[in-house]
Design a protein around this ligand. Sequence first.
Ligand SMILES: [Zn+2]
Length: 362
Amino acid sequence: MTRFLNKKLFRYLYLFLFINSSILPIKSSSDLAAWALKTNGVLELRTKSNTNLKAYFQKANQIYGDRFWVDFPGELKNPRIIKGNGPIKEIRLGKPNQGKTRLVIEFNKETYLAPLTWRMVGLDQNRWRIKLFKPKYSFNKISEGQIEKKRRINIKANENSGFIKKRNNEFLQLPNVKQNKFLVIIDPGHGGPDPGAIGIGGIRETDVVLQVSKIVEKLLLEKGVKVKLTRSNEVDLDLPPRVSFANNTDANIFVSIHANASRGKRRDINGLETFYFRGWRGRLLAKRIQKQILRVSPGSPDRGVKQGRFYVIKNTKMPAALVEIGFLTGRLDARRLEKTSHRKRIAYAIAKGILEYLSKVG
Ligand SMILES: [Zn+2]
Protein backbone atom coordinates (compact mmCIF):
# COMPACT_ATOMS: atom_id res chain seq x y z
CA MET A 1 0.00 0.00 0.00
CA THR A 2 1.42 3.35 -0.98
CA ARG A 3 0.09 6.73 -0.12
CA PHE A 4 1.16 10.10 -1.37
CA LEU A 5 0.62 13.30 0.44
CA ASN A 6 0.31 16.90 -0.42
CA LYS A 7 2.87 19.33 0.80
CA LYS A 8 2.43 22.79 2.19
CA LEU A 9 4.98 25.30 3.28
CA PHE A 10 4.30 27.20 6.46
CA ARG A 11 6.62 28.19 9.19
CA TYR A 12 7.13 24.48 9.31
CA LEU A 13 7.17 22.51 6.20
CA TYR A 14 4.06 20.50 6.82
CA LEU A 15 4.78 17.35 5.02
CA PHE A 16 2.00 14.87 5.10
CA LEU A 17 -1.13 13.87 6.81
CA PHE A 18 -2.79 10.51 6.98
CA ILE A 19 -6.47 10.52 7.41
CA ASN A 20 -8.38 7.58 8.67
CA SER A 21 -12.13 7.63 8.51
CA SER A 22 -12.62 6.67 12.12
CA ILE A 23 -12.12 9.24 14.83
CA LEU A 24 -9.78 7.73 17.32
CA PRO A 25 -10.40 8.29 20.99
CA ILE A 26 -7.45 9.10 23.23
CA LYS A 27 -5.60 5.91 23.71
CA SER A 28 -3.67 4.79 26.68
CA SER A 29 -0.85 3.14 24.77
CA SER A 30 1.13 4.45 21.85
CA ASP A 31 0.39 3.40 18.29
CA LEU A 32 4.13 3.39 17.63
CA ALA A 33 5.29 -0.18 18.04
CA ALA A 34 8.82 -0.15 16.62
CA TRP A 35 11.13 2.02 14.57
CA ALA A 36 14.51 1.84 12.89
CA LEU A 37 16.72 4.45 11.29
CA LYS A 38 18.80 2.40 8.94
CA THR A 39 22.25 3.04 7.51
CA ASN A 40 20.77 3.70 4.05
CA GLY A 41 18.99 6.76 5.44
CA VAL A 42 15.60 5.09 5.60
CA LEU A 43 13.35 5.43 8.63
CA GLU A 44 11.02 2.50 9.09
CA LEU A 45 8.08 2.49 11.44
CA ARG A 46 5.79 -0.18 12.70
CA THR A 47 2.50 1.01 14.15
CA LYS A 48 -0.86 -0.36 15.05
CA SER A 49 -2.91 -0.96 11.93
CA ASN A 50 -4.67 1.97 10.28
CA THR A 51 -3.23 4.55 12.56
CA ASN A 52 -3.12 8.31 11.87
CA LEU A 53 0.43 9.48 11.36
CA LYS A 54 1.46 13.07 10.96
CA ALA A 55 4.98 13.93 9.93
CA TYR A 56 6.69 17.33 10.06
CA PHE A 57 9.93 18.97 9.12
CA GLN A 58 11.49 22.09 10.58
CA LYS A 59 14.51 23.83 9.05
CA ALA A 60 17.59 24.47 11.10
CA ASN A 61 17.97 27.74 13.05
CA GLN A 62 20.90 29.19 15.00
CA ILE A 63 20.35 26.78 17.82
CA TYR A 64 19.09 23.61 16.25
CA GLY A 65 19.85 21.58 13.18
CA ASP A 66 17.14 20.27 10.89
CA ARG A 67 14.46 18.39 12.68
CA PHE A 68 11.97 15.79 11.55
CA TRP A 69 9.19 14.35 13.64
CA VAL A 70 6.22 12.07 13.46
CA ASP A 71 3.20 12.16 15.74
CA PHE A 72 1.25 9.05 16.60
CA PRO A 73 -1.98 8.55 18.53
CA GLY A 74 -1.64 7.02 21.95
CA GLU A 75 0.55 8.00 24.82
CA LEU A 76 4.08 6.88 25.35
CA LYS A 77 4.80 5.37 28.74
CA ASN A 78 8.46 6.32 29.05
CA PRO A 79 9.71 9.39 27.17
CA ARG A 80 13.38 9.00 26.31
CA ILE A 81 16.33 10.42 24.39
CA ILE A 82 18.59 8.24 22.32
CA LYS A 83 22.00 9.54 21.44
CA GLY A 84 22.65 9.71 17.72
CA ASN A 85 25.74 9.16 15.67
CA GLY A 86 26.93 10.27 12.23
CA PRO A 87 24.36 12.70 10.75
CA ILE A 88 21.97 12.19 13.66
CA LYS A 89 22.35 14.29 16.78
CA GLU A 90 19.72 12.53 18.81
CA ILE A 91 16.35 10.84 18.66
CA ARG A 92 13.69 11.76 21.16
CA LEU A 93 10.55 9.89 22.01
CA GLY A 94 8.19 12.15 23.82
CA LYS A 95 4.71 13.00 24.88
CA PRO A 96 3.98 16.40 23.27
CA ASN A 97 0.49 16.43 24.74
CA GLN A 98 -2.09 14.11 26.20
CA GLY A 99 -2.80 11.05 24.11
CA LYS A 100 0.09 11.61 21.69
CA THR A 101 3.48 10.13 20.99
CA ARG A 102 6.17 12.07 19.14
CA LEU A 103 9.28 10.63 17.54
CA VAL A 104 11.78 13.41 16.81
CA ILE A 105 14.93 13.01 14.78
CA GLU A 106 17.32 15.85 15.42
CA PHE A 107 20.00 16.16 12.76
CA ASN A 108 23.44 17.67 13.06
CA LYS A 109 23.78 21.05 11.36
CA GLU A 110 26.08 19.78 8.65
CA THR A 111 23.63 17.10 7.55
CA TYR A 112 22.20 17.69 4.11
CA LEU A 113 18.52 16.84 3.73
CA ALA A 114 16.14 17.31 0.82
CA PRO A 115 12.72 17.29 2.47
CA LEU A 116 10.81 18.27 -0.67
CA THR A 117 11.63 14.88 -2.13
CA TRP A 118 10.42 13.01 0.91
CA ARG A 119 7.55 10.64 0.65
CA MET A 120 6.10 8.43 3.32
CA VAL A 121 5.24 5.04 1.91
CA GLY A 122 2.87 2.62 3.57
CA LEU A 123 4.24 -0.89 3.16
CA ASP A 124 1.17 -2.50 4.63
CA GLN A 125 -1.42 -1.61 7.25
CA ASN A 126 1.15 -1.20 9.96
CA ARG A 127 4.51 -0.51 8.36
CA TRP A 128 5.85 2.74 6.96
CA ARG A 129 9.03 3.89 5.28
CA ILE A 130 10.56 7.24 4.46
CA LYS A 131 13.98 7.97 3.03
CA LEU A 132 15.46 10.91 4.94
CA PHE A 133 18.96 11.16 3.51
CA LYS A 134 21.33 9.60 1.05
CA PRO A 135 23.51 6.76 2.26
CA LYS A 136 26.63 8.90 2.02
CA TYR A 137 26.88 9.31 5.77
CA SER A 138 28.39 6.52 7.71
CA PHE A 139 26.65 5.75 10.95
CA ASN A 140 25.25 2.89 12.96
CA LYS A 141 21.65 1.88 12.76
CA ILE A 142 19.47 3.19 15.58
CA SER A 143 16.31 1.29 16.37
CA GLU A 144 13.86 0.11 18.97
CA GLY A 145 11.68 -2.95 18.71
CA GLN A 146 11.16 -5.20 15.77
CA ILE A 147 9.94 -3.70 12.52
CA GLU A 148 8.95 -7.02 11.10
CA LYS A 149 7.75 -9.82 13.22
CA LYS A 150 10.33 -12.55 13.32
CA ARG A 151 9.45 -15.42 11.11
CA ARG A 152 11.13 -18.73 11.03
CA ILE A 153 12.48 -19.57 7.63
CA ASN A 154 13.87 -22.95 6.83
CA ILE A 155 15.36 -22.90 3.38
CA LYS A 156 16.07 -26.59 3.52
CA ALA A 157 12.37 -27.36 3.74
CA ASN A 158 11.86 -30.55 1.81
CA GLU A 159 9.34 -31.22 -0.84
CA ASN A 160 7.15 -33.67 0.99
CA SER A 161 3.79 -33.65 -0.62
CA GLY A 162 1.47 -36.29 0.77
CA PHE A 163 -1.44 -36.36 -1.59
CA ILE A 164 -4.94 -36.83 -0.39
CA LYS A 165 -6.27 -39.94 -1.99
CA LYS A 166 -9.53 -40.49 -0.23
CA ARG A 167 -10.28 -36.89 0.50
CA ASN A 168 -14.03 -37.16 0.25
CA ASN A 169 -14.39 -40.23 2.40
CA GLU A 170 -12.04 -38.87 4.93
CA PHE A 171 -14.20 -35.85 5.46
CA LEU A 172 -16.88 -37.97 6.95
CA GLN A 173 -14.61 -39.65 9.40
CA LEU A 174 -13.42 -37.91 12.45
CA PRO A 175 -12.31 -40.14 15.33
CA ASN A 176 -14.77 -40.59 18.17
CA VAL A 177 -13.84 -39.60 21.68
CA LYS A 178 -15.70 -39.80 24.98
CA GLN A 179 -18.49 -37.26 25.03
CA ASN A 180 -18.28 -34.28 27.37
CA LYS A 181 -14.99 -35.43 28.75
CA PHE A 182 -12.59 -33.02 27.11
CA LEU A 183 -12.09 -29.30 26.94
CA VAL A 184 -9.95 -27.78 24.19
CA ILE A 185 -8.78 -24.16 24.03
CA ILE A 186 -8.40 -22.84 20.50
CA ASP A 187 -6.37 -19.67 20.15
CA PRO A 188 -6.78 -17.79 16.87
CA GLY A 189 -3.59 -15.71 16.54
CA HIS A 190 -3.52 -11.89 16.48
CA GLY A 191 -6.74 -9.87 16.03
CA GLY A 192 -8.06 -6.33 16.13
CA PRO A 193 -5.31 -3.79 15.44
CA ASP A 194 -2.82 -6.61 14.94
CA PRO A 195 -3.61 -8.33 11.64
CA GLY A 196 -0.64 -10.68 11.89
CA ALA A 197 0.93 -11.63 8.58
CA ILE A 198 -0.26 -9.83 5.46
CA GLY A 199 0.12 -11.86 2.33
CA ILE A 200 -0.47 -11.85 -1.38
CA GLY A 201 -3.39 -9.65 -2.37
CA GLY A 202 -3.63 -8.31 1.17
CA ILE A 203 -4.83 -11.58 2.70
CA ARG A 204 -4.66 -11.18 6.48
CA GLU A 205 -3.64 -13.77 8.99
CA THR A 206 -6.19 -12.65 11.57
CA ASP A 207 -9.09 -13.28 9.16
CA VAL A 208 -7.84 -16.65 8.00
CA VAL A 209 -7.06 -18.06 11.43
CA LEU A 210 -10.28 -16.80 12.99
CA GLN A 211 -12.39 -18.54 10.38
CA VAL A 212 -10.35 -21.74 10.63
CA SER A 213 -10.59 -21.66 14.43
CA LYS A 214 -14.36 -21.31 14.34
CA ILE A 215 -14.68 -24.29 12.04
CA VAL A 216 -12.40 -26.35 14.29
CA GLU A 217 -14.64 -25.36 17.19
CA LYS A 218 -17.75 -26.48 15.34
CA LEU A 219 -16.24 -29.82 14.34
CA LEU A 220 -15.07 -30.58 17.87
CA LEU A 221 -18.41 -29.59 19.37
CA GLU A 222 -20.08 -32.04 17.01
CA LYS A 223 -17.86 -34.72 18.50
CA GLY A 224 -18.88 -33.87 22.04
CA VAL A 225 -15.68 -32.01 22.87
CA LYS A 226 -16.06 -28.75 24.76
CA VAL A 227 -14.26 -25.83 23.15
CA LYS A 228 -13.32 -22.34 24.22
CA LEU A 229 -11.88 -19.77 21.87
CA THR A 230 -9.51 -17.14 23.27
CA ARG A 231 -11.17 -14.69 20.88
CA SER A 232 -14.17 -15.03 18.60
CA ASN A 233 -13.99 -11.67 16.83
CA GLU A 234 -11.56 -8.94 15.86
CA VAL A 235 -10.35 -7.79 19.23
CA ASP A 236 -6.95 -6.67 20.41
CA LEU A 237 -5.80 -9.51 22.62
CA ASP A 238 -2.35 -9.65 24.08
CA LEU A 239 -0.55 -12.91 24.69
CA PRO A 240 -0.65 -12.98 28.53
CA PRO A 241 -4.48 -12.83 28.73
CA ARG A 242 -4.70 -15.72 26.26
CA VAL A 243 -2.50 -17.78 28.55
CA SER A 244 -4.26 -16.83 31.78
CA PHE A 245 -7.60 -17.50 30.13
CA ALA A 246 -6.45 -21.01 29.29
CA ASN A 247 -4.73 -21.59 32.63
CA ASN A 248 -7.90 -20.64 34.48
CA THR A 249 -9.72 -23.57 32.92
CA ASP A 250 -8.93 -27.23 33.29
CA ALA A 251 -8.56 -27.63 29.55
CA ASN A 252 -6.92 -30.78 28.28
CA ILE A 253 -5.04 -29.04 25.50
CA PHE A 254 -4.31 -25.64 24.00
CA VAL A 255 -3.94 -25.10 20.24
CA SER A 256 -2.87 -21.77 18.78
CA ILE A 257 -3.57 -21.27 15.09
CA HIS A 258 -1.41 -19.02 12.91
CA ALA A 259 -0.41 -18.46 9.30
CA ASN A 260 3.10 -17.61 8.22
CA ALA A 261 4.89 -14.92 6.22
CA SER A 262 8.42 -15.11 4.89
CA ARG A 263 10.90 -12.30 5.18
CA GLY A 264 10.93 -10.38 1.95
CA LYS A 265 7.53 -11.87 1.16
CA ARG A 266 9.07 -14.53 -1.02
CA ARG A 267 6.42 -16.20 -3.11
CA ASP A 268 8.44 -19.37 -3.47
CA ILE A 269 8.38 -20.08 0.25
CA ASN A 270 5.45 -22.22 1.26
CA GLY A 271 4.98 -24.88 3.88
CA LEU A 272 3.45 -26.05 7.10
CA GLU A 273 4.95 -26.36 10.55
CA THR A 274 3.73 -27.10 14.04
CA PHE A 275 5.45 -26.16 17.28
CA TYR A 276 5.32 -27.45 20.82
CA PHE A 277 7.33 -26.29 23.78
CA ARG A 278 7.58 -29.11 26.26
CA GLY A 279 6.62 -32.66 27.06
CA TRP A 280 5.85 -35.71 25.01
CA ARG A 281 2.16 -34.80 25.08
CA GLY A 282 2.78 -31.42 23.50
CA ARG A 283 5.00 -33.06 20.93
CA LEU A 284 2.48 -35.78 20.17
CA LEU A 285 -0.29 -33.21 19.79
CA ALA A 286 1.90 -31.18 17.40
CA LYS A 287 2.78 -34.30 15.42
CA ARG A 288 -0.84 -35.38 15.01
CA ILE A 289 -1.87 -31.93 13.82
CA GLN A 290 1.10 -31.57 11.47
CA LYS A 291 0.45 -34.95 9.90
CA GLN A 292 -3.17 -34.10 9.20
CA ILE A 293 -2.64 -30.61 7.81
CA LEU A 294 -0.01 -31.95 5.41
CA ARG A 295 -2.53 -34.39 4.02
CA VAL A 296 -4.88 -31.63 2.98
CA SER A 297 -2.11 -29.43 1.55
CA PRO A 298 -0.50 -31.44 -1.24
CA GLY A 299 2.74 -29.96 -2.56
CA SER A 300 3.22 -27.62 0.36
CA PRO A 301 6.53 -28.46 2.08
CA ASP A 302 6.65 -30.20 5.43
CA ARG A 303 8.65 -27.84 7.62
CA GLY A 304 8.26 -30.25 10.46
CA VAL A 305 7.30 -30.48 14.09
CA LYS A 306 9.65 -28.32 16.11
CA GLN A 307 10.22 -27.07 19.56
CA GLY A 308 9.43 -23.36 19.70
CA ARG A 309 9.60 -20.86 22.53
CA PHE A 310 6.42 -19.01 21.66
CA TYR A 311 4.82 -17.31 24.61
CA VAL A 312 1.45 -19.01 24.41
CA ILE A 313 2.80 -22.55 24.22
CA LYS A 314 5.56 -21.88 26.70
CA ASN A 315 3.34 -20.47 29.41
CA THR A 316 0.20 -22.54 29.17
CA LYS A 317 0.14 -25.33 31.72
CA MET A 318 -1.59 -27.95 29.56
CA PRO A 319 -0.08 -29.71 26.52
CA ALA A 320 0.04 -27.06 23.83
CA ALA A 321 0.80 -26.69 20.14
CA LEU A 322 1.08 -23.78 17.74
CA VAL A 323 0.28 -24.57 14.15
CA GLU A 324 1.29 -22.51 11.13
CA ILE A 325 -1.17 -23.46 8.42
CA GLY A 326 0.78 -22.08 5.46
CA PHE A 327 2.54 -19.00 4.14
CA LEU A 328 0.24 -16.15 3.22
CA THR A 329 3.19 -14.73 1.27
CA GLY A 330 3.72 -18.01 -0.62
CA ARG A 331 2.12 -18.44 -4.01
CA LEU A 332 0.87 -21.95 -3.40
CA ASP A 333 -0.32 -21.57 0.19
CA ALA A 334 -1.88 -18.13 -0.25
CA ARG A 335 -3.93 -19.18 -3.24
CA ARG A 336 -5.38 -21.96 -1.15
CA LEU A 337 -5.85 -20.12 2.10
CA GLU A 338 -7.83 -17.49 0.24
CA LYS A 339 -10.60 -20.01 -0.22
CA THR A 340 -13.09 -21.05 2.42
CA SER A 341 -13.04 -24.57 0.96
CA HIS A 342 -9.37 -24.95 1.87
CA ARG A 343 -9.83 -23.30 5.25
CA LYS A 344 -12.47 -25.95 5.93
CA ARG A 345 -10.04 -28.70 4.95
CA ILE A 346 -7.36 -27.26 7.22
CA ALA A 347 -9.85 -26.92 10.07
CA TYR A 348 -10.95 -30.49 9.53
CA ALA A 349 -7.32 -31.61 9.62
CA ILE A 350 -6.61 -29.73 12.85
CA ALA A 351 -9.76 -31.14 14.44
CA LYS A 352 -8.74 -34.60 13.34
CA GLY A 353 -5.26 -34.22 14.82
CA ILE A 354 -6.78 -33.02 18.08
CA LEU A 355 -9.30 -35.86 18.22
CA GLU A 356 -6.62 -38.45 17.45
CA TYR A 357 -4.54 -37.07 20.26
CA LEU A 358 -7.48 -37.05 22.70
CA SER A 359 -8.54 -40.57 21.81
CA LYS A 360 -5.02 -41.81 22.38
CA VAL A 361 -3.88 -39.83 25.39
CA GLY A 362 -7.12 -38.59 26.90
ZN1 LIG B 1 0.80 -15.35 13.65
